[in-house]
Structure formats: C-alpha cells, structure tokens
Design a protein around this ligand. Structure first.
Ligand code: UDP
Ligand code: MG
Length: 345
C-alpha cells in the first residue's frame, strides 16, 4: 500500500514539475528585443548572433533577436531562415525586396514583443557588448537611450565631416541635445516606437520624433569598430536626403498640429504686401495718370497676391490633412506618461 502511495506521489510530483516548467516557459517575460536591419551582411551574421547571445545570456536577460533581411542578394536571407529553424532566440523577417534601413527597422519593431527594444547595425560596427549598459541606463527612467560612438572608425572626409555638420544642424533644429544622431545602437521603451510612423530615412531622427512625443532622452558613450566585411550601403548623397528629412522633422516639430499658423501667416503677409503695392499702383494710375503697364512693381504685386492666396489655401488644406492624420489613426495630439487616480479602476 505504502509503495502505491509513494509511486502516486512521485508521479504527481513529476506532473506538477513538468506543468510548472511549462507555465514558467510560457510566462517567461522577454526583457529585450534586439532589432537588426540587414542588407548583404552574410559574413558578419554568425559572429554578430554569437556576440549578442553570449552578452545577453551573461547579463541574465531574456531576449529575442529579430533579424530583418532587407532584400539581400548574398545569402543573408537563407542563412537567417536556416538559423531561425534551429535557434529559439532568433526570428527572421525576410522582406520582399530592398526597402531601406528605415523600413527594415520599422518591420523589426512590428515583430518585437519585449518591453525594451534595442537596435543595432549588422556589420559589427556597433558592439553588442554595449547593450546591457544601454538597458541599465533606460532603467533609470528614460524612454530612449542613444549610443554616442567614441573613436569613430569611418572615413574622415566622406563620413565624419558630413556627419559632424548633420549632427550640428539636427541638434540646432530639433533641440534634442545628443551628440551622435547617426548611431544605430539605441534602446527604446517599446510603447515609444509602437505608434511611431517612419518614412524616408527617418530612423536617424527617431530621437527627434520621440522628443515630439514627449520622451525622456539621453545618451551613453559606446564603442565603434571599423567595418570588417563588405561595404557601407551609403555614399555622400545620404547627406542631402538627411537634410530633406530634417526639414520634414522641423515642420512636424513646430507646426504638426497647427499648419495654418505657418502657411496662413506667410500667405497673409504675401497678400497684404501684394495688395499694398497694388493699391499704390492704382493710385499712381488714377490720381497721377501715369502708365503702370510696364512697371516691374506690377508684376511683383500680382505675384505676391497669387502666392499669398495659394499659401493661404494650402494652409487650410494642411489643417484638414492634419485632422485626418490624427483622427484616422485615433492619434491624440498629446501623449500621457502616467495617469494617477485613487478611485478609478
Ligand atoms: N541596411 C539595410 N538596408 C539598406 C541599407 C543598409 O538594412 O538598404 C542595413 C545594413 O545591413 C546595416 C545597417 O543598415 O546593418 C547600416 O548600414 P551601413 O553599415 O551600410 O551604414 P553605415 O554604418 O555605413 O552608416
Ligand atoms: Mg555600418
């Protein structure tokens, strides 16, 4: 009898143990999703995955790696698919074609499930060993921690100089005071990126966009290495695209919810000055009987009036578009950090 009891107890214990293991596994909360955009980086990938998993395991972090293949043609996609079948910590997202780094990151954000998201480049220029430090900083209460590359290992004339100028411009224009906007190694709270729409090359403006959303932002110095395999995917032409994106950001920061203030003001100024010149010319014609048909001022008056009306109408349209932008997505024009009340469930 005793033996039967003993056996039953062992069996029940085993079932309980297995069940608890299962629930533990199901409940295991991910600490961090590492998002990596990849275009033709097949040589770096094995080293990169190894470095990330060893650092994060050492730091006792629960993690997932989300590799987004952005239309590679060197076998990166095949490698990732194969690895994702073997490894449980890797998710491979294969895009249909090359959409660019911003879109690839955006896809990664979509698949990320952890509360903290870390982004980095696949070319080993960023050091995965810096990830825990970023997360520790984020834990201090920030929403975004950006890397600041020390001893940058890039060409002086084609990379460092444009980057210095771009950083200076972006800093001045966006009033987000960090040194290195171009560094991909960043850590975010997931709710921050969840409702951020990225277009163009806007990934480098994520701190600025986050700032518009009211995020707390800081930076930490990180390591930087020279590219070991392959080539950079960008040339000098990137500088101009960055500048154009900067204008978009500037506009969004200042006038996203009130476009009429800028267009209406410009339009009105233009119309009033055009109208003023027009009245002056009419007086000259009617009172002094002087011919005004060949006066350049007449052309200026007409130009100012037409431009003014156009700017004004554009402002109205922009107001409508802005309302559609916010309302169609159920996007409020404010962001709440916390809501505290004693009696509300
Ligand atoms: N990348 C991408 N799609 C592209 C271009 C680049 O996903 O169209 C990835 C690339 O594989 C790398 C990261 O974006 O992981 C940064 O690219 P790169 O190293 O060429 O930029 P750099 O470090 O020279 O600024
Ligand atoms: Mg690089």
């Amino acid at each position: 009898m005793n033996r039967i009891f003993g056996l039953t107890r062992t069996i029940l214990y085993q079932i309980n143990y297995q069940l608890s293991k299962m629930t533990n596994h199901q409940l295991s909360i991910l600490n961090v999703s590492v998002v990596i955009p990849i275009k033709d980086e097949v040589e770096s990938l094995p080293l990169l995955l190894k470095a990330i998993s060893s650092t994060l395991t050492e730091s006792k972090l629960n993690y997932e790696i989300i590799c987004v293949d952005d239309g590679s043609s060197d076998g990166s996609a095949e490698f990732l698919k194969e690895q994702a079948q073997i490894r449980t910590d890797l998710k491979a997202v294969i895009l249909r074609r090359n959409y660019g780094q911003t879109a690839a990151m955006s896809a990664g954000f979509h698949y990320a499930t952890a509360k903290v998201i870390v982004t980095l480049d696949a070319d080993l220029q960023n050091d995965p060993a810096d990830i825990p430090m970023l997360i520790t900083k984020l834990d201090e209460g920030y929403d975004l921690v950006s890397g600041w590359r020390q001893n940058r290992q890039d060409g002086a004339l084609n990379r460092l100089l444009p980057s210095k100028i771009a950083n200076w411009l972006i800093r001045g224009a966006t009033s987000v005071y960090i040194h290195d906007y171009g560094c991909s190694l960043k850590a975010y709270r997931s709710e921050l990126v969840a409702d951020m729409n990225l277009y163009g090359e806007l990934h480098r403006f994520l701190p600025a966009l986050a700032y518009i959303e009211g995020a707390r932002i800081t930076e930490v110095p990180v390591r930087h290495h020279a590219r070991r395999f392959g080539q950079s995917k960008y040339g000098i032409s990137r500088t101009f695209r960055v500048l154009m994106d900067l204008l978009t950001i500037l506009f969004m920061k200042k006038f996203l919810t009130r476009p009429m203030h800028v267009f209406g003001m410009l339009g009105l100024t233009s119309m009033v000055s055009g109208g003023g010149i027009g009245i002056y010319l009419t007086l000259v014609k009617l009172v002094f009987h002087v011919d005004i048909g060949n006066r350049p001022l007449l052309i200026l008056a007409v130009l100012l009036l037409v431009t003014g009306v156009q700017l004004f109408c554009f402002g109205l349209l922009a107001e409508l578009l802005m309302r559609t932008y916010h309302e169609s997505q159920g996007r409020p024009i404010y962001r709440v950090r916390e809501f505290v009340a004693k009696n509300v469930k």
